[in-house]
Write a protein that binds this ligand. Sequence first.
Ligand code: ATP
Ligand code: MG
Length: 334
Amino acid sequence: ATRVFSGVQPTGHLTLGNYLGAVRRWVDEEQYRANALFCVVDLHALTVEHDPARVRRLSRQAATLLLAAGLDPERCTVFVQSHVDEHVRLSYLMECTAGVGEMRRMVQFKEKAAREEAAGVRLSLLTYPALMAADILAYGTDEVPVGEDQAQHVELTRDLAVRFNRRYGRVFVVPRASVPPVAARVMDLQDPRSKMGKTAALRNGGAGVVHLLDEPDAVRRKVMRAVTDGGTDVVYDRDERPGVANLLDVLAACRGDGDPAGLAEAYGSYGALKRDTAEAVVELLRPVRERHAELAADPGYVDGVLRAGAERARGMARPRVDAAYEAVGLLPVG
Ligand code: ATP
Ligand code: MG
């Protein structure tokens, strides 16, 4: 059986990028694998400046959205990272396995550290990949379904698992990342050379970021105003024509069709491409938004799912984390 783990940070409202890059596959495919776990990774949200009340609100909202999108708590485990102590326990051993140099080389660290400079770069932003490795390795995960931007962190997780196993004996499964064939990196509609991101939504007043809970008219407005490139013909070229390529990726992903370049041939103008993309996104998000409204009316239900999920996750993580503690030479509780 394939063990699956993945997560989403409560750093902002979930975006179309999160959905197409990650969440949709969790719902459509990954939750049917044995013992899949999906986590609101709230500890990671503390690596940057944040408002406590907002993180708490966004954590519940993210969990509610995962259920609204179709994760079935009878099939998979949905939980909040900070509810399961094993993540932090194992994170320390990962910090003892990783080197400072490899942490500094992470692209996400470089990008977010540059943004955080005014507020002060937190040490946890540098060590973030150690906690992420712990998230994944604690469960004996085989496969980590993520967007392309997280592939480097999963690669580091593999290195840490291999290194730990070589030093102390085989404790961890060596996981692999899986990224979707299309829309693995959805770009900001106003700045198609940057990734669409929850945090990036604060730039441009969020005009380039589609949120899962945006009203249909807001979605249409954002897509219709997307920055396209010089030229008028519709061609698929991610380097030279990133704005148009992004719309083609999104439309292909919405249609469940893996061929954005083929789609380009069907369009003679940007206007038609934008209109079809806007409608496709509106229809994609409609059921998620509707179901979210229902579930949000019953926070007790969501809390119950998270409580049960944390309990199950704890039971799955504890034996392996205990084994790792013993393997490195820590004295077990007698
Ligand atoms: P932040 O800006 O706080 O990092 P984010 O939007 O990048 O937020 P994460 O919680 O870091 O969201 O990532 C959750 C999942 O969504 C990960 O699997 C990540 O790879 C994926 N993802 C994030 N942004 C995109 C995107 N633009 N396109 C495709 N996948 C994405
Ligand atoms: Mg991110």
